[in-house]
Design a protein around this ligand. Structure first.
Ligand code: CP3
Length: 351
């Protein structure tokens, strides 16, 4: 049934009645309903409570015309089960008390099964899919990519230059390989279990891959990411690879083998598609900052993206990165509606 949804059809490059839309970080602080819940509990408490996770996942689905939901969780929670002491600090973001600094730290990392380490995450997917399936809306499960997760685990939080991560990669290649292999094992299991629990598609977030040179990406990172994608595709759901800042190495990105490639706004969608190849679906690529602009500007740039997609099957409209706190809710609502209206009309004209 969900294989007939716009979103899944577009992932498979089948024709659709209107371009599907969803927004990265569609559940979050820009929504008053979300802030209300976060006023009562911490980020980790919300993630660890399957009912709360379900309710937050459904908030944007109930508020806007979206064609897919993404489970409310975080890419960093799998690190906790591996032995990393993670917290989210208000106004600062993720913080890790015991970052990986030595090869011994890497060898001490556990490789727990998702069913043991993240039972709440799988239960949240079961509860959410039970609500969404009758409404015909697919649920996206996700994980972080090995490089992006390693960068948090090694730096201890967000980073500008990734000096410790790259330092480990260059100076301790054997330990780096062991770390990447452990992450691939943990993440492959997590993705497979999410599909069993009811996820209809999987997205792999490699938010900081753009910090790498094409050489480093190919040599130190891509083999592991490719393995993760290959493992994920065995669950027979579409796999989306998301990254930012990678527009100068989209050929390397395409070689990772995902069904859908998510691109940011630093590249024209039509050129990205040319590089990636017409045998792949493409997701993107509005700059999230545009949602703060006057509607005429949002509309003009959304039109431009749709023109570049050119009505070809396999376009999923999205942002190039997550919705930012403070984004006007009305613009989000209007944009989702507008993409549907505009592309439904286009199809009639084409007929
Ligand atoms: O709606 C959704 O997108 C689903 C939930 C989701 C969250 N994080 C919730 C969240 C998803 C898919 C993520 C992925 C994630 N988490 C990524 C990859 C995507 C990206 O944006 O690049 C990354 C890098 C993280 C790590 C992370 N988590 C950071 C850097 C931060 C702090 C930044 C911030 O916005 O505060 C988080 C916290 C976080 N994860 C929030 C949410 C809604 C904000 C927490 C809050 O309520 O204060």
């Amino acid at each position: 049934m969900l294989s007939e949804s716009r979103f899944i059809k577009a992932c498979r490059r089948e024709p659709v009645d209107a371009t599907p839309v969803w927004f990265m970080r569609q559940a979050g602080r820009y929504m008053p309903e979300y802030r209300e819940i976060r006023g009562r509990m911490s980020m980790l408490e919300a993630i660890r409570n399957p009912e709360v996770s379900r309710d937050i996942t459904l908030q944007p689905i109930n508020a806007f015309q979206l064609d897919a939901a993404i489970i409310f969780a975080d890419i960093l929670t799998p690190l906790i089960g591996m032995g990393i002491d993670l917290d989210f600090i208000k106004g600062e973001g993720p913080h890790i008390e015991n970052p990986l600094r030595t090869t011994r730290d890497i060898d001490m990392l556990g490789v727990p099964a998702a069913a043991e380490a993240l039972p709440f995450a799988l239960e949240a997917i079961r509860l959410t899919a039970a609500e969404l399936t009758p409404r015909g809306i697919p649920l996206i499960g996700f994980c972080g990519a090995p490089f992006t997760l390693a960068s948090y685990a090694i730096e201890g939080g967000g980073s500008r230059n990734y000096e410790r991560t790259k330092g480990m990669m260059y100076a301790e290649p054997a330990a780096w390989k062991r770390l990447m292999d452990k992450l691939v094992t943990v993440l492959s299991d997590l993705l497979a279990r999410q599909v069993e629990a009811g996820a209809s598609a999987l997205q792999i977030f490699d938010s900081w891959a753009g910090a790498l040179s094409p050489y480093d990406f190919d040599r130190y990172v891509a083999p592991y990411t490719r393995q993760l994608i290959e493992n994920a595709r065995k669950s027979n759901v579409p796999v989306i690879y998301f990254s930012t800042g990678t527009s100068a190495m989209l050929d390397e990105v395409a070689r990772l083998g995902s069904d859908v490639v998510s691109v940011d706004w630093r590249v024209r969608l039509d050129r990205a598609w040319q590089t990636i190849g017409s045998d792949r679906a493409i997701q993107g690529n509005l700059d999230p900052l545009l949602l703060f602009a006057p509607w005429r500007e949002v509309q003009a740039q959304a039109d431009e993206i749709l023109a570049q997609a050119g009505g070809r099957p396999g376009h999923i409209f999205n942002l190039g990165h997550g919705i930012l706190p403070g984004t006007p809710v009305e613009t989000v609502a209007r944009l989702a509606e507008y993409i549907h209206e505009k592309t439904a009309r286009l199809e009639q004209v084409n007929l």
